[in-house]
Write a protein that binds this ligand. Sequence first.
Ligand code: 5GP
Length: 114
Amino acid sequence: MTDSIFTKIIKREIPADILHEDGHCVAIRDIHPQAKAHFLVIPKKQIARLAAAGDEDHTLLGHLLQTARRVAEKQGLSADGYRVVINSGANAGETVPHLHLHVLGGERLKDQFG
Ligand code: 5GP
């Protein structure tokens, strides 16, 4: 499989503002923030999209959510709230084919589902 841009960031081939790293994932600031605070939680395992995750990824998926929560807390987003979004595939507008959680906050977000 060709390395995605996120795998290149994980391998330090491309620079990024890394907020968190552990054995299973990284959290980086989004290069084109859609809110005052916008970071991505990315598994080191290159899963193309949420729909391509398997039952064996159960623990990893939980870890990604827990990491989103922990990094949001460290970034001071917890008190006022934040949004976690996953775009899975073409209809959702996923542009990087490597699973990632968007975490958006730091301001009142527009209602996207109304
Ligand atoms: P998607 O549309 O696939 O759900 O989101 C991909 C996100 O990755 C976008 O918000 C985009 O701004 C971000 N992104 C794309 N390339 C880079 C990059 O090279 N560095 C960083 N930090 N973010 C990126």
